[in-house]
Design a protein around this ligand. Structure first.
Ligand SMILES: [Zn+2]
Length: 92
């Protein structure tokens, strides 16, 4: 039977458990709880003004098997920056 409930609880991609902790964070021992981001450059070839676009990295931890999953918070902003870079590279 197809699942029609839109409020499906997230599941661990490794073991299928729904015991997922959605707001874990990266902890650098000795440096406190560092918040991490992922990013892309719009102009990686530029010496300066590379146009970095960053977004927070969201971590989930499975409470049953310990699998850690990372997800970019604003992945659409990263994709938009990447597409902009590609369109310029191929537009030469
Ligand atoms: Zn798991």
């Amino acid at each position: 039977m197809p699942e029609t409930d839109p409020s499906i609880s997230p599941q661990c991609v490794r073991c299928g458990s729904d015991a997922l902790i959605p707001d874990a964070f990266f902890y650098a021992e000795g440096y406190g709880g560092a918040k991490l981001s992922v990013g892309v450059y719009k102009k990686p070839e530029a010496a300066l003004m590379k146009g970095p676009v960053r977004t927070e990295l969201k971590l989930s931890v499975c409470g049953d098997c310990g699998h850690v999953e990372a997800e970019a918070a604003d992945f659409r902003a990263l994709w938009a920056a990447y597409v902009e870079r590609l369109s310029r590279e191929f537009g030469r």
